[in-house]
Design a binder for this molecule. Structure first.
Ligand code: MTE
Length: 387
């Protein structure tokens, strides 16, 4: 496993950087034990495993599983035997059924490249502070997921006309009085041709951290919609009522002033992701030897597509278009790059700002809300170009 120091030095060498100014502990990283299947991650919690991807890894269309963030509300199942595992489908259906992994694998498989982002990504930038995992930039990643369409699974069970929402239950190990991880999505999203019961991630069976042997994959929506370690799918007449639907994962209906309380009846469930971009390189706080700097990163927009990414090298006074990467797939982030030559040595604030096909543009400041969800303020890094 890379230590933070090795990782920063390795990345620095690649882009001609002579030293990171920010102290390494600034990253909020907890020095933890090696975590099987993961490398170079920022540990946000070890009790329930929460791992953030260092933003420097946002430099490829597909994020390797070893760098893909992990968000767990409770303990991962201690044992998972894919041979014994069963998925039950019931509720508002004519033919309740139970499927095995082999049964799911025999169904038509569909592949979706999806940018999965935790609703709380960026929460650390909320002022005033909001409770929850203090994610900075990297509770996000893009992977190639495949498995049967949820629609095909539901068709086998024959959903009644009364079925309006689809509930997922995960097999997390629930400590004490914590409620189980159960959430629902509307039937329209559940029966979209890209919503999956995913069995594979980047061409290999899901690993334990990511939901072995099956997870829901609800593309373009907040990560919480994509229930891991799936054991039950239940069709409901109404939205599921439970902790992870309310008070969890709700947004205020109207913008609120930072610090204001919001009444439950003035909120709605968070669904699709916001438009957002990240600067993968140069890293924040670096000293750069060369004036020629390749600014690069990723941008995504949930259920919309990226229309443009702009870069500012003068703290937001002027903006120039970045070049978008050729590889493009709906729900997946788009690489972008901006070759730039600094006119003189000194300190610079570089910013990136994405606009999507729904005409949404990243805001200049954090759109505060009580849970710090869907924060998509323009990204910025400060660098020092040496003489
Ligand atoms: N599913 C279960 N069963 N338990 C969980 O804690 N966390 C959710 C979602 N699915 C969670 C879950 C949240 S909040 C996110 S952001 C994504 O899983 C993270 O997926 P990943 O850990 O595969 O990156």
């Amino acid at each position: 496993m890379f230590s933070r120091r090795e990782f920063v030095l390795g990345a620095s060498a690649a882009i001609g950087i002579v030293g990171a100014v920010r102290p390494l502990l600034d990253w909020g990283a907890v020095e933890g034990p090696a975590i099987p299947g993961k490398h170079g991650m920022i540990v946000r919690s070890l009790r329930f495993l929460d791992l953030e991807m260092p933003v420097e890894y946002a430099n490829s269309v597909i994020t390797p599983v070893e760098h893909f963030f992990v968000r767990n509300h409770m303990h991962e199942p201690s044992t998972v035997d894919p041979g014994e595992w069963r998925l039950s489908i019931g509720g508002e259906v004519k033919k309740p059924l139970t499927l095995t992994l082999a049964g799911l694998a025999k169904m038509e498989q569909h592949t979706v490249i999806d940018t999965l982002e935790c609703a709380g990504n960026g929460r650390a930038f909320a002022v005033p502070h909001v409770p929850g995992v203090q994610w900075e930039k990297g509770a996000v990643g893009t992977a190639r997921f495949s498995g049967p369409r949820l629609r095909d699974v539901l068709e086998r069970a024959e959903v009644n006309p009364t079925g309006k929402h689809v509930m997922f239950r995960g097999r997390d190990e629930v400590p004490g009085k914590v409620p189980a991880f159960i959430r629902s999505i509307p039937i329209e999203k559940a029966t979209d041709g890209d919503t999956l019961v995913a069995l594979h991630m980047n061409g290999a069976p899901l690993t334990k951290h990511h939901g072995l042997p099956a997870r829901a994959l609800v593309p373009g929506w907040i990560g919480a919609a994509s229930c891991k370690w799936l054991t039950e799918i239940k069709v409901l007449e109404k939205e599921f009522e439970g902790n992870f639907m309310s008070p969890g994962y709700r947004m205020p209906n109207q913008p609120v002033r930072p610090g204001d309380a919001v009444r439950a009846e003035d909120t709605h469930p968070a669904t699709a992701l916001n438009v957002k971009s990240l600067i993968a390189s140069p890293g924040d706080g670096v000293h750069v030897k060369s004036r020629a700097i390749h600014v690069q990163g990723v941008a995504w927009a949930g259920e919309a597509d990226i229309a443009k990414v702009e870069v500012s090298t003068d703290s937001g006074a002027t903006w120039q278009p970045a070049q978008l990467g050729k590889q493009q797939s709906h729900y997946a982030w788009r690489l972008w790059s901006y070759p730039w030559t600094a006119s003189r040595p000194g300190a610079y604030t570089i910013m990136s700002r994405a606009t999507d096909t729904q005409d949404r543009m990243q805001p200049d400041s954090v759109q505060w809300n009580p849970s710090g969800y869907l924060i998509n303020v323009v990204d910025r890094v400060q660098i020092h170009v040496q003489a």
